[in-house]
Write a protein that binds this ligand. Structure first.
Ligand SMILES: [Fe+2]
Length: 282
């Protein structure tokens, strides 16, 4: 089973063909898929229809399965999140509905995430990714200078006590968050530009959901710099947009991309299962 890797844009995302993820997963396939992920940042597998147990096994091809805080997992599957928005949930937000890298505020954020689509709307509900390596490499000199060697402050803003929504809005949606946790308000400094341990390539590592400011600058002073960085990163040249079909599986690298769940499907159910993985032991 030799996968065929077909890039979907000039900068990121590739469709993996010729692979049945329900068939045995030989070591060589794991190596090929990890190399493809390092090269393309996001991998799309069409028509896989994986059971949850199988999704966990496929996730482990990329790294050890993670149990994440703040999002309530499935009752019997602590490592699996049901990403569900029901047809009747209208006019609200959606899980992942702004640009972010998954849980970048954690001390050790997931290095990658996996989504498996069970139910998708007839149209809408796409996910968009931005390539933070390509964006970094193309940064104008003054913006590069603003982040070079600098830290960025991340906090779990949507989950923390300081920024938690009122109690009556905390459990309305299908995705249940454990909001109001003061631990999520803890500020962590991460390099604004990280070096990918496998590819050695450098990537911008800031996002508008969890990054509050640049180290050594106030939020007010950081805001125009971060806004300019984000506007640059989400230029269409650095992005790919995926139209989901039921049965699809998508794997991405959280260190080199940020992503955005487009909330344009009120009135339709959308259900995906999400797993996340840590770095592989050296
Ligand atoms: Fe996400």
């Amino acid at each position: 089973m030799t996968p065929t890797i077909e890039p979907v844009t000039g900068t990121l995302g590739a469709e993996v063909r010729g692979v049945d993820l329900n068939a045995p997963l030989p070591t060589a396939l794991g190596e090929a898929l990890r190399a493809a992920l390092a090269a393309h940042h996001v991998l799309f597998f069409r028509g896989q229809h994986l059971e949850i147990a199988r999704q966990k096994q496929v996730t482990e091809l990329f790294g050890p399965l993670l149990t994440l805080p703040y999002v309530v997992p499935m009752a019997d599957e602590p490592q699996v999140i049901r990403v569900l928005k029901k047809a009747e949930e209208r006019g609200g937000g959606v899980f992942g509905g702004n640009w972010h890298s998954d849980f970048s505020f954690l001390e050790t954020p997931p290095v990658g995430s996996v989504l498996s689509a069970v139910t998708v709307p007839p149209y809408g509900g796409d996910t968009v990714w931005a390539n933070m390596v390509a964006a970094y490499e193309a940064l104008p000199a003054e913006l590069k200078a603003a982040v070079e060697g600098r830290g960025a402050i991340h906090t779990g803003k949507p989950y923390g006590a300081a920024h938690a929504p009122p109690p009556d809005q905390r459990s309305g949606a299908s995705i249940r968050m454990t909001r109001g946790d003061p631990e999520a308000d803890r500020e962590r400094v991460k390099p604004a530009v990280l070096t990918h341990p496998e590819s050695g390539r450098r990537a911008l590592f800031v996002n508008p959901t969890y990054t509050t400011r640049l180290e050594g600058l106030s939020e007010a002073a950081s805001e125009p710099i971060l806004a300019a960085l984000y506007a640059h990163c989400i230029r269409p040249e650095f992005c790919c947009r995926y139209r989901w079909q039921a049965g699809d599986l998508v794997v991405w690298d959280n260190r080199t991309t940020m992503h955005y769940a487009v909330n344009d499907y009120d009135g339709f159910d959308r259900l995906l299962y999400r797993t996340a993985f840590a770095a592989r032991p050296a």
